[in-house]
Design a protein around this ligand. Structure first.
Ligand SMILES: Cc1cc2nc3c(=O)[nH]c(=O)nc-3n(C[C@H](O)[C@H](O)[C@H](O)COP(=O)(O)OP(=O)(O)OC[C@H]3O[C@@H](n4cnc5c(N)ncnc54)[C@H](O)[C@@H]3O)c2cc1C
Length: 395
């Protein structure tokens, strides 16, 4: 028989104003960042995840690339991405200090490269978009591009240097966040949970073995599973769906590249992200295939082929990992950060291709909301309330 003890911190119906209790559902980069910052802000934090750090955050390339990934019509995403990139150096330094783990923050910029006139035209269009936002980017000749990264193919004909985009080692980041969160007093529970809602208010979570944890606030940061968290009434379920990404890791590339290189190969984007360790991460596919988590020969082949076209010496490296995970995506590809239609329930999910980049601003917004402070203006456009709930649509 399943027992139903209340294993928890006590809380009043009105909430604990001095030391709010918070239950965080999900321990990817978003849930862990929020848990760490909430605990540091004085909250009593319980985080639940039976697969801590093994979701999308585990697969990510670790690029912090709002400028390279800027697109027409995505101004709100660019604004929040730039704000998060701005605070990343401080976040990385504080996290390194709090955890004793170096998260591999690498302020080296990105280099976008082209191989033919269409690519050159695409780089010119991107430079024009960036100039319109007042963002720095330097068009380069073929020679100047290869002078920056001599391992690039002799076929490289154009380049665009983006000094503002950096990278971080996402797996060190996850380890550091878990250590820092625990050191700040958060409790990490290796359990999957349902949200408990009573009288239209989130009151805590219940684990799969029936243990209840009451909390003043529940934060849903469950990646692609956010769209199917048990316990939420239908109208409160966030609109999150999976977009599959396959990505590979190569070893033995120390010194081959000094910064992230991005290219289009036969119209398909590919990126190569170098790490201090000599690892080079090559990604990634973007597949709308539901929850088919297979790593396919075709995707690994396509990524390797593209990477070798961009940097021929990649052919000599060791293939150490091919992996697939799902990016949590929303109908407008922007995250859901903020209050929901249920009292006491915050959402911090749907970060699609930018969860590593956006972790610092997301965590800061969650802390502000729990302490009932206004959120940074860059996050306001990401309020979950921008979507009508299913109940509103059908009524
Ligand atoms: C191939 C690939 C490359 C990427 N590259 C980059 C990049 O370079 N830069 C960047 O910024 N972003 C990148 N992303 C996107 C980024 O990885 C995601 O946006 C980010 O990881 C989302 O973090 P998350 O914490 O929301 O989700 P996740 O990391 O998926 O974590 C969600 C967690 O919730 C847990 N969970 C689910 N349901 C429950 C439940 N009921 N109870 C308890 N726990 C639960 C899961 O076990 C999981 O650990 C990439 C993604 C992919 C797939």
């Amino acid at each position: 028989m399943i027992s139903s003890p209340i294993a928890s911190r006590s809380t009043s119906a009105a909430g604990n104003v001095d030391r709010p209790t918070v239950a965080v559902v999900g321990g990817g980069v978003i849930g862990l960042s929020a848990a760490w910052q909430l605990a540091e802000s004085g909250c009593q934090v319980d985080l639940f995840d039976d697969q801590l750090g093994r979701g999308a955050s585990h697969a990510a390339a670790g690029m912090l690339a709002p400028v390279s990934e800027a697109a027409y019509g995505e101004d709100d995403l660019l604004t929040v991405g730039l704000e998060s990139a701005r605070v990343w150096p401080d976040f990385a330094a504080r996290l390194g200090h709090a955890s004793g783990i170096d998260v591999g923050y690498r302020p080296a910029g990105s280099l976008l490269v082209g191989h033919d006139p269409q690519d050159a035209a695409a780089l010119r269009r991107h430079a024009a978009l960036l100039a319109g936002h007042g963002l720095a980017a330097e068009p380069l000749t073929s020679r100047a591009t290869r002078a920056l990264e001599p391992a690039l193919s002799p076929r490289t004909t154009s380049g665009l240097l983006v000094p503002g985009d950096h990278s971080v080692e996402n797996r060190s980041l996850l380890r550091a966040l878990a250590v820092a969160a625990e050191r700040a007093g958060a409790h990490l529970h290796p359990q999957r949970v349902a949200v408990e809602v009573q009288d239209g208010r989130a009151v805590g979570v219940r684990t799969t073995v029936g243990t209840r944890h009451v909390a003043d606030t529940v934060v849903v940061a469950a990646g692609i599973a956010s769209g199917e968290i048990p316990g939420l009434p239908r109208h409160a379920v966030p609109l999150v769906r999976p977009v599959k990404g396959q990505i590979i890791r190569l070893a033995g590339g120390a010194g081959l590249l000094t910064r992230t290189v991005r290219a289009l190969v036969a119209g398909e984007p590919v990126y190569l992200v170098p790490r201090e360790s000599g690892e080079i991460v090559v990604g990634a596919t973007c597949e709308d295939v539901g929850l088919d988590g297979r790593v396919t020969a075709g995707a690994t082949h396509a990524l390797l082929r593209a990477a070798i076209i961009v940097v021929p010496e990649v052919a000599e490296l060791e293939l150490v990992e091919s992996i697939a995970r799902f990016r949590p995506t929303t109908p407008d590809n922007m995250p859901l950060i903020g209050t929901s239609c249920i009292d006491g329930l915050l959402l911090a999910t749907g970060h699609y291709r930018g969860g590593i980049l956006l972790a610092p601003v997301t965590a800061r917004a969650v802390v502000d909301l729990v302490h009932r402070r206004p959120v940074d203006p860059s996050v306001e456009a990401l309020s979950p309330q921008r979507f009508p709930s299913p109940a509103e649509v059908t009524s």
